[in-house]
Ligand binder design. Sequence first.
Ligand code: SF4
Ligand code: SF4
Length: 336
Amino acid sequence: MSIKQQTLKAPISFSGKGLHTGVEVTMTIHPAGVDNGIVFRRVDVEGTPLIPALCDNVTDTSRGTTIESNGVKVATIEHIMSALWTLGVDNALIDIDAGETPIMDGSAREYAEKIVETGLVDVLMFSVNPCYDLQPAGEDVDALWADESYAKALHNIDPERERLYELCERTGVGIDVMKVYGGGDLLSEANSPFGRALTPVQCIEYALTRPAVAAVMVGCKSREEIEAALAWCDAPAAARDYASAMAGLERFSWQGHCMYCGHCAPCSAGIDIAAVNKFYNLTAAEEEIPETVREHYKVLTHHASECIGCGLCESRCPFGVEIVDAIRRAAERFGY
Ligand code: SF4
Ligand code: SF4
């Protein structure tokens, strides 16, 4: 169900002279998503062309390794490539403003040191959508698709999946989502196990509101499908609202369980209820509140202790969450 790849936790920059050209160059290595690979981007060339660091793109190895794509080159890539490879960086986008990398001290040492200092983040890639989430996690893809798997009543996200989302969030592992439309079935009333169609925007919103999800990969076969997915970027809250489509289904329910949908907003006290619930749930299995969660909670504009108990949010929650109690528990747990 998963393939683990790594990228940098944050961008890092290097400046210096190119060994063979003597040109001053700045090179910035950015984190990149799953299956990006190592890709150079010549930011000094019109159109900022990309040059993937692939064997097929190697055009010269006489005094260093040069790669080239569509007539645009980057030379002397061997030192940065060896540092990335040795330290297990699978994915990175490298902006460079000249045709040769900076030579630094002549070895990969400075590159390696900065990569180690910055740290790596694991990226986990797996399928996320509301119908899969109802099923126990497993390697058998056929079972996730099978009609029999949805023949019985199903209630809430499978606990193992829930734990995986929360573990990733707590430990800083990003999730890249596949199968966001359930292979297209979720977009069709006839094919969806729910007997109700979701829109591409609702499916993408659902995935992006799971803990730890950092990116969604959407398979598109046409311009229309690309536009339907990109519509998420400008979609208003009403168009993103998957909760209304998932509420009141016959055999499937998420009753009493916060889905982080945000349907209960706006809070009278300005609290981001979905975020507070999410952070509280991330602490539930822990004796001590993880530092990352504490920090995320701290930067919220309003905190759980500001709740005035008006109850307006509860009447708006399609999943029957007892929000006032949940917010009170969060205030006790975080202390404010
Ligand atoms: S409390 Fe209800 S409405 Fe609010 S985010 Fe959670 S599930 Fe959605
Ligand atoms: S009960 Fe609390 S959390 Fe809900 S809307 Fe009122 S102030 Fe906000």
